[in-house]
Design a binder for this molecule. Structure first.
Ligand SMILES: C[S@@+](CC[C@H](N)C(=O)[O-])C[C@H]1O[C@@H](n2cnc3c(N)ncnc32)[C@H](O)[C@@H]1O
Length: 279
């Protein structure tokens, strides 16, 4: 991969998906070289020319699948789920008791472990009341490959090892001699998987109560991150929560989020009171 070819692909990726690989030439080359060879291109430029001409979008999909980093696991950053259970859900159960409609979005859902963990928590938390509530988790990602595996919902035994036993029993059934576990239909129907690029305009008709956007902004540069945070702020209900990865930060001064716990942010409630006052 020449420097110019690298620049072409990394700018394409950054412009369209926000992913900043401008200092990761070796990683990029490592992830793409096999595919370039198998597809029979004699240079990265020839490959990119073909991709730009490909009206089906399949080549672009493949590129994104290869270049996105999808590492995730069940119960990752467990403190966030504890906070959901102890603070956020009790608050929302009271606040939304008339609508019984919770709007929860997991914006970098990868292969499903994160949104399924949220959905298990919701089913557990609402218990017998759950049928009366709409708590479907919207789970999106740009990578079609991980989304397909999320929809399949089959995980290795070791991948679900950290889940509480009662969750394992209730939400998974063994397949292939117990080496793999499949998500039950009860859990599957609580999560709606869709492809969505965080760089695009948000399509939500109603404001959201909770956003999980963890361990994805680390791949974006500062301006991309800042404009995304502004969009996240705007789409949240007053009093709504944003969870980011524990190693991620939100710069002060960008938007008036309150930091309620490390890596947990809240849109001030005052905004709602002000809104009612103005009505
Ligand atoms: C490292 S994984 C994090 C998964 C999960 N949130 C977690 O914390 O375990 C990052 C995910 O972000 C997705 N991603 C990267 N850029 C994106 C974009 N522009 N729009 C939507 N998803 C994106 C990747 O495809 C990948 O699945």
């Amino acid at each position: 991969m020449t420097d110019l070819e690298f620049r072409r692909i990394s700018m394409f990726l950054k412009d369209r998906y926000g992913i900043d690989m401008t200092h990761k030439k070796e990683i990029m080359d490592g992830r793409l070289s096999n595919m370039i060879r198998i597809r029979g291109f004699d240079s990265y430029d020839a490959y990119m020319n073909a991709l730009m001409q490909d009206s089906s979008g399949e080549m672009e999909k493949e590129l994104v699948n290869l270049l996105s980093t999808n590492h995730t696991y069940f119960m990752r950053e467990f403190e966030h789920f504890e906070y959901m259970k102890k603070v956020v859900l009790p608050y929302l159960r009271k606040e939304e008791e008339n609508t019984q409609d919770l709007r929860i979005w997991c914006g970098a859902a990868s292969s499903g472990e994160e949104p399924y963990t949220l959905a298990m928590l919701l089913l557990d938390f609402f218990g017998l009341e759950h049928d009366k509530w709409d708590t479907t988790v919207l789970a999106t990602d740009i990578s079609t490959e991980v989304l397909q595996s999320a929809v399949r919902g089959v995980y290795k035994k070791e991948q679900i090892a950290e889940l509480p036993d009662n969750w394992k029993r209730r939400f998974f059934r063994p397949v292939e001699d117990g080496e793999y576990f499949a998500v039950t239909d009860e859990l599957k129907k609580e999560v709606l998987f869709r492809q969505f690029n965080l760089m695009d305009d948000f399509p939500f008709r109603k404001k959201l109560h909770v956003i999980f956007l963890r361990n994805v902004m680390i791949y974006f540069d500062r301006p991309t991150k800042q404009s995304l945070i502004k969009k996240l702020y705007d789409v949240l209900e007053p009093g709504g929560y944003l969870f980011v990865g524990r190693t991620e930060t939100i710069e002060k001064g960008n938007v008036p989020f309150e930091l309620v716990e490390p890596s947990i942010f809240r849109k001030p409630l005052a905004t709602k009171e002000e809104a009612i006052w103005r009505k």
